[in-house]
Design a protein around this ligand. Sequence first.
Ligand code: CA
Length: 474
Amino acid sequence: MKTASRRDFLKVAGLGLASLAAPRVFAAGARKPNVIVILADDLGFADVGFNGCKDIATPNIDALAKNGVRCTSGYVSHPFCSPTRAGLMTGRYQQRFGHENNPTWLPEDTKVGLPLSETFLAKQLGAAGYATGAIGKWHLGAAPCFHPNERGFAEYFGFRGGGHMYLPDEKNPLPQEKTWQVEYRIPLNRNKESVTHTGYMTDILSDEAVAFIGRHKAGPFFLYLAYNAVHTPLQAPEKYLARFPNISDEKRRTYAAMNSAMDDGIGRVTEALRKHGLEQDTLIFFLSDNGGPITVVPCSNTPLRGGKGQVLEGGIRVPFVACWPGTLPAGAVYNEPVIALDLLPTALALAGAQPPEKPLDGVNLVPHLTGANKAAPHERLFWRTGGGSGWAVREGRYKLLKSTGEQQSHLYDLAADIGEEHDLAAEKPDVVKRLTAAFEAWNAQLVPPIFESPRPGPKKQQQQQQQKKKAKAK
Ligand code: CA
């Protein structure tokens, strides 16, 4: 087999020789770099040290920023869980294929999940010789056809719903009417085998990540580590709670403990890379799947406005870091907008993998983050929720958005007004017109949602059924 020269490798990777931040030697027949995507769930923008958090220490997450590039305008393609993951996995805006809501937990339903007509980019990485592993939350369909092993991941460990209990069930009895009754209690899967969990979920997922790295240290590998931390239910063992005696709000204290457990786990992942001498061979992305749900959990998106579920910055702009010592600059800040859609296309470029037939929306970020390419990765970024009830478009410093329930769109200059307080729509009708037209052109390429989010929840459904029965009885 012909091995690629370093120059060929860099060309494939979109890196010019002059673009390397520091002298970096790829051996002849250069090994392809490993890629790890670490996805937090519902983590507040300001709940990591590198974004100003004071009461929760996140030294290991901060170390990624210290040794890598912090993307200040790092976005996800949706303000909530499953659609963001659908975009991340395919490198395409998920509204192109109707994945605009959270799938209800319906193991018999082969329509409620990421459509089988779409390609998971892990599949392309596998074909390019990568060991592929997904660990943790899946949330891309419950039916067997949507199982990670069917979508391009050779190895899987985790739970396939939208969340899970963190501790073995008997220690955490929950009221029976809660919506997570079934979905959050399903057995974990090791590939397709059911397994029972006996420890703290966040620790278990970290253990699995460390083991995966050890198994595949000869590389190359792609690891998707999707913690359910810090999503509800708020649960943490004393080991982590004890770190926060000074947080008096019990919910905030538990949230802090959950975040701290995840930070420990990320520290163990980077330690495993160090132990195996893989630090300079591994690109790590860290981000959250959406903004903090500020109305539900005492988390913080400061200075952003809004939170999970909204197209305001608080819903879609997230803590976002890329770390690749020796190739990306250390301690750098990158301000051009980037999006989770870019992560897998970046991995494909590094792997020299074949892109799928359908065009990607994400781009290879490496040349942008090294500074080799001075242009912004995207001319514009777009968001749409609820089939169009809410939407946004960002172009350079400007963002035009229409929130769900509103008739009017608003224009903000994010360079001067990150908190989206001063609506410039009346002052700058030309910009409004241009961005509205851009959104409409993009929107015309999309399809309606193919399934609805699980609303009303089981509790509400039960109430509705009871009301119907009562009405009938009368
Ligand atoms: Ca989420």
